[in-house]
Ligand binder design. Structure first.
Ligand code: DC
Length: 214
């Protein structure tokens, strides 16, 4: 069974999906991490021009080990969460050759597992259209900015304000919704959950009930 969780930046997708997978004892795939790993790799290599993305992807190998992404055999850990990756990732993810590459990686990983929770934009509308359960998580912009800000503080980053993070989220929402390939949108057969004011446990409980009902 595939449970696909979609929604905008900071809606709680990663946290909820990870907890849900733990609760169910299933594999967890964070698809945003794949786009982040590609962006990290591009930045590491001098950030190529868009027309050279395809070529650069030829030297990239992304796999998964113990639910963690491995890039060319190296676990790059939290480096993919750095603000510089945040800044470039929407543009990278808007490129068709990158989306094709990520889609292939995602499908390969999912094929190897019987039950899996996949999380990320377009997982319900493009990549796993046939998922047995689709969830769209949302939350207000203020709440999403606050969550992302706290996450960055936990990662030990300083010199960033809540206002900066909010501006970044609004900009990313706009780019993700307006992009030509696989824009962020709500699948008609997805269950919508507004997580504003809900705890992670409450959201996970709701989804577990939906899984059990299928
Ligand atoms: O969820 P996140 O913030 O880690 O996602 C990083 C970026 O990747 C974000 O700008 C949207 C993009 N993304 C995407 O286009 N498709 C996905 N399936 C997952 C993420």
């Amino acid at each position: 069974m595939i449970v696909a969780i979609d929604g905008p930046a900071g809606a709680g997708k990663s946290t909820v999906a990870k907890k849900l997978a733990e609760r169910l004892g299933w594999m967890f795939l964070d698809t945003g991490a794949i786009f982040r790993a590609i962006t990290w790799y591009f930045l590491r290599n001098g950030y190529p021009k868009r027309r050279d993305f395809q070529n650069m992807l030829l030297g990239l190998n992304i796999g998964i080990r113990d639910s963690r992404l491995v890039v060319n055999a190296v676990d790059i850990g939290d480096e993919i969460r750095a603000p510089v990756v945040d800044k470039y990732v929407s543009d990278v993810a808007a490129t068709l050759c990158v989306r094709d590459y990520a889609l292939q990686v995602e499908r390969e990983i999912v094929q190897k597992h019987e039950n899996i929770v996949v999380e990320g934009r377009d997982t319900t509308t493009v990549v796993f259209k046939d998922a047995e359960l689709k969830i769209y998580l949302d939350a207000s912009v203020d709440e999403r900015a606050k969550r992302r800000f706290n996450q960055l503080i936990e990662l030990g980053l300083s010199g960033i304000t809540l206002e900066d993070v909010k501006r970044d989220i609004i900009e990313r929402d706009r780019k993700d919704k307006e992009r030509e390939h696989a824009p962020l949108k709500v699948s008609s057969d997805a269950v919508m959950i507004d997580t504003t004011g809900l705890s992670v446990e409450e959201v996970v409980d709701r989804i577990v009930n939906l899984v059990n009902a299928r």
